[in-house]
Design a binder for this molecule. Sequence first.
Ligand SMILES: [Zn+2]
Ligand SMILES: [Zn+2]
Length: 257
Amino acid sequence: MAIDLVLRRDWQARERHGDYTQLDSTKGVKVHYTGGRVDPGIVGDHAVCVSLVRSIQGYHMDGNGWIDIGYSFVACPHRKVFEGRGLHHLPAANGAGLNSGHYAVLGLVGNAGLVEPPDGVLHAILDAVEYVRERGNAGKEIKGHRDGYSTDCPGEPLYAWVKRGAPRPGGTTPPPNPPTAPPFPGRLLKYPPVMRGEDVRTWQQQMKVRGMEIDVDGAYGSGSRDVCLRFQREQGIDDDGIVGPTTWRLSWEAPLT
Ligand SMILES: [Zn+2]
Ligand SMILES: [Zn+2]
């Protein structure tokens, strides 16, 4: 899903009071919260988001004396991303000396009222992150304001999410790659006589991983054959005590019992 931008004219941003400092690239993004109370009613009414962002801009300009809102972008519960200072402009919200390192993205939650970030806020933060990576030459980092700066920001719930690696809400973790056997060595491993080689050792090591009692000595003797027979019976395949292509493959790819 593409980013749903709320442009400055859409939220009726005030004109900035000076020139932005150019920002060529950053290491990534720092995540913020408002630090105040956010009306939980915001979740049901995007107009509340708009007025909150406008009041934050007013506070930053009139209270802090900044040229504009301090954030690069603001993420609201409706998965919309407000354009703050925007791409390639130095933010002001990360703290002195830390603004050139990261874009500043505010999630519209606070330390009271709406404290837990709704999924829409998390999605919108990540939409902003992807946007600055693609268009704003931002690096991979996603950090909290408190990383490297003395502040509670972005609050416990949002910071815990950042520390978890900022996952997409509701995203299913992709299943781990199924195990794949190494290529079959091209010869049948069998006994007698004793066969030696790295291929034998590789297979023995894998049998050990599967919990079999086997010497990993690179020599396929009666012990290895017995383990092979046990494994083949376990798997319900022909039990000939010979490691051929099927037994080899299943040694890695059969589910562990
Ligand atoms: Zn902050
Ligand atoms: Zn909203």
